[in-house]
Design a protein around this ligand. Structure first.
Ligand code: NAD
Length: 264
């Protein structure tokens, strides 16, 4: 797909970090971008900066997702691009013993479910609703031979494969995204919609910007090469490649400087 002002995109989690970098990169090519996010202040500001539209959407809420797509499509027309970046993590051991009191606890199941609902079900909800909208489109005129209607990029994590201590729910949610990538690509292959997933390593986003400098330095040193955190625009570059390269489909790609996460 060629990126230009005929194309509309929805970026979830678009107010911050990897989603914001992707929104900026798409907009730099003229793409009309709608940002779905919980963070209205940052989302509105970025929407103004890139000439896009902010939609207050919690991806776990069916009616908010529907309203978000309705607002985005009213402003820009039916999107041909969906990038799913909305997500969050937590760190809780499956079962543990409090060192001071000896109290034994297990992972609160409501907490486990919350991460699955945001990262996995939220991603699938946006894919299903966006793909249904894309089916109403004609293939792009310059893409008639491939019959392409749209492209979807999801965000998993290297934790889908080498999750660390405390990451049972996060890793399960991200492994679910990896697992559903190929079957969704197969579901949509007859309609000319491609689906790919990025597994980021450690990126310098607001998720990490609160960490002390020594923690960030240790994380950077643990990356084989280059010895630094990933820049959000490096994620956006791969998202752009997955969108524009018409042969990229059904694939999950690590973007991680060759890091393999240790147990903790
Ligand atoms: N930064 C990293 O190192 C890293 C590594 C691997 C995977 N990831 C994944 O990349 C994605 C983006 O992370 P980031 O680092 O840019 O973090 P970030 O916190 O900067 O951005 C995430 C955005 O998602 C939004 N969001 C969270 N829950 C939401 C919900 N229920 N509905 C709508 N929006 C919601 C947040 O408001 C935020 O703006 C996440 O899925 C994360 O798991 C990040």
């Amino acid at each position: 797909m060629q990126l230009d002002s005929r194309i509309a995109a929805v970026v979830t989690g678009g107010a911050s970090g990897l989603g914001a970098a992707t929104a900026r990169r798409l907009a730099s090519h003229g793409v009309k971008v709608a940002l779905f996010d919980l963070n209205a202040a940052q989302g509105e500001a970025l929407g103004r900066e890139i000439g896009g539209v902010f939609c207050a959407v919690d991806v776990t809420k069916e009616e908010q997702v529907d309203a978000g797509f309705a607002k985005a499509r009213a402003a820009h027309g039916q999107e041909r691009i969906l990038v799913n970046c909305a997500g969050t993590g937590n760190a809780v051991k499956t079962a543990s013993r409090d060192k001071a009191t000896g109290e034994i606890k297990h992972f609160p199941l409501a907490n486990f479910d919350r991460i699955i609902q945001i990262n996995l079900v939220g991603t699938f909800r946006c894919i299903a609703k966006s793909a249904a909208g894309m089916l109403s489109l004609e293939p792009l005129a310059d893409d008639l031979h491939s019959g392409e209607r749209g492209a979807i990029v999801n965000t998993a994590s290297v934790a889908a494969v080498d999750g660390q201590m405390g990451q049972a729910s996060y890793s399960a949610s991200k492994a679910g995204i990896v697992g559903m990538t190929l079957p969704i690509a197969r579901d949509l292959m007859g309609e000319g919609i491609r689906v790919n997933t990025i597994l980021p390593g450690i990126f310098d986003t607001p998720l990490l910007q609160g960490a002390p400098d020594n923690v960030k330095a240790a994380l950077a040193a643990s990356v084989p090469f280059p010895k630094r955190l990933g820049h959000p625009d490096e994620y956006a570059q791969l998202a752009e490649a997955m969108i524009t390269n018409r042969y990229f489909n059904g694939e999950c790609v690590r973007l991680d400087g060759a890091i393999r996460m240790a147990p903790r």
